[in-house]
Design a protein around this ligand. Structure first.
Ligand code: ZN
Length: 473
């Protein structure tokens, strides 16, 4: 990917001189409109696992989304009001947006020039945006949304289903239904109003707001007040049995596709959400969000479950033959701490999400009267291919066994090495200190060494990336 924001040292110096000239009043022309102090934001955030994703030059604080979707035509109409802060002087900036027609863009109150590139919306505000300036960009758009096929990583994005639609996917999804800085390193809060024909449910992340109806259409409202990575946003529209209640004083919203059995494996597994969350909170620290839930969809093209924030989405395959599957619920709920609250800085560290979520399955299984975590560790240890690293697994292996299972082995090896007290103190310190933030493997190693007051880097290296089976602790 070519990065458009790069300039030579000479031109950077010229820009600095121009800004200084502004600051001390030497410039001949008004400085706000002086393009010398501004440069384009980048069209790529620089994560080699997701070329073209994310953008540089600004940081989003909030997405206010208002969308209408008509399943009979598969047409979506949207208005996004995005509040962001310039992290450099910006002459123009990019948002990620796949497909869809953009009708109008404004920055603040002023119409802004815009053009489309491959998966990009390029916005040129009338005036440059100085570094540190908070601004609002409003995008009016419409069209038939598309799914994205990311080759080895599978498909994600907006999928038209028999009774509605599902917007879901990792690492691709958000840009297929709203303009976004589509990378987990730029987290934001969200408000969503989604209007669908009466009788259909429209589910998303966070706390439900008031519903309203007019002219055969119902608007559902959702608010995610904790910072959220864009791939953790979801939109599920269709015929669902929605159950709304509270758990631990917070809203709990679960939904199962109406075409699945009312008291079957999916429904009974989802009904354990509160109990599983409470168990995980007893190990990882307080639940990080202000709502709970889960959604089981019936479309078997979704062959995965995803930890969409506060309300994971489960594909139907996990409950095949109507079997209960609390294990997958434990996995996705563990991600609320590991991945959702403490998020990746870059995708090459995805074991930080999947290693801990896989380990949580072992913890839950033991708690639920099944196999002990130590036994799962031993079985997995014997089955592991140590030539595959957990960190920097390569883009094709982002969802490979080294990320999940070898990651879980590393977590348990840490526990065996430092003991239960320190191990769970490390986990709780991590989820507390890094809550609502982003982190890397190096951050985890440094934190573990600080809490345990001993060197642990060689242990992490051996278990995460070493080329041969490490000695059992
Ligand atoms: Zn996972």
């Amino acid at each position: 990917m070519v990065r458009t924001g790069r300039r030579s040292a000479g031109s950077r110096l010229a820009a600095v001189v121009a800004v200084l000239a502004c600051a001390i009043g030497l410039a001949a022309t008004g400085c706000t409109g002086d393009r010398d102090g501004f440069r384009p934001g980048t069209a790529d955030i620089g994560d080699p696992y997701v070329p073209g994703h994310g953008n540089g030059g600004y940081d989003v604080g909030h997405y206010g989304l208002d969308v209408r979707y008509d399943p009979s035509t598969d047409r979506l109409t949207g208005r996004a009001v995005i509040t962001a802060t310039a992290t450099q002087g910006l002459s123009r900036f990019n948002l990620d947006l796949v497909g869809l027609e953009v009708r109008a863009v404004s920055v603040g109150d002023a119409p802004a020039e815009h053009r489309r590139g491959d998966g990009e919306l390029v916005v040129t505000p009338r005036d440059g945006l100085p570094r540190g300036r908070q601004f609002t960009v409003t995008v009016e758009y419409a069209g038939v949304p598309t799914a994205v096929d990311d080759g080895a990583l599978g498909s994600g994005g907006f999928l038209h289903t028999a009774d509605g639609a599902v917007a879901l996917g990792q690492p691709d999804s958000a840009a297929t239904w709203f303009p976004v800085n589509d990378h987990p390193s730029d987290k934001a809060t969200y408000d969503l109003a989604v209007t669908v024909p009466d009788g259909l449910a429209a589910l998303s992340n966070g706390v439900p707001g008031p519903k309203s109806s007019a002219d055969g259409w119902t608007t559902w409202r959702w608010s995610e007040r904790a910072l959220m990575a864009s791939y953790l946003s979801t939109l599920v529209i269709g015929d669902y049995r929605v159950v709304t209640g509270t758990h631990a004083g917070r809203p709990m919203v679960t939904a199962v596709a109406a075409s699945l059995p009312a008291t079957g494996g999916a429904a009974t597994s989802l009904a354990r959400t509160g109990a599983i969350v409470d168990f995980l909170a007893s190990r990882f620290g307080p639940y990080p969000f202000d709502s709970y839930g889960g959604i089981v969809i019936a479309d078997d093209r979704i062959g995965y479950a995803l930890e969409t924030q506060s309300r994971p989405v489960y594909g139907p395959g996990f409950f095949a033959d109507d079997r209960p599957n609390p294990s997958v619920v434990a996995h996705e709920l563990a991600h609320q701490w590991f991945g959702d609250s403490v998020s990746l800085t870059r995708w090459s560290d995805i074991w930080l999400n999947e290693g801990f979520a896989s380990y949580a399955e072992w913890l839950w299984e033991e708690h639920d009267g099944g196999r002990a975590a130590q036994r799962n560790f031993e079985i997995q240890y014997a089955a592991t291919d140590w030539t595959q690293p957990s960190v920097e697994p390569g883009r094709e292996q982002m969802f490979g066994s080294a990320v999940y299972k070898r990651g879980a082995l590393a977590v348990h090896a840490l526990r065996r090495t430092v003991g239960d007290d320190l191990f769970f103190r490390i986990l709780r310190t991590w989820t507390t200190e890094r809550a609502a933030g982003n982190a890397t493997t190096a951050d985890l190693v440094a934190l573990a060494e600080r809490v345990a007051e001993r060197q642990l880097r060689p242990l992490f290296d051996a278990w995460l990336v070493g080329g041969s089976a490490p000695t059992l602790p």
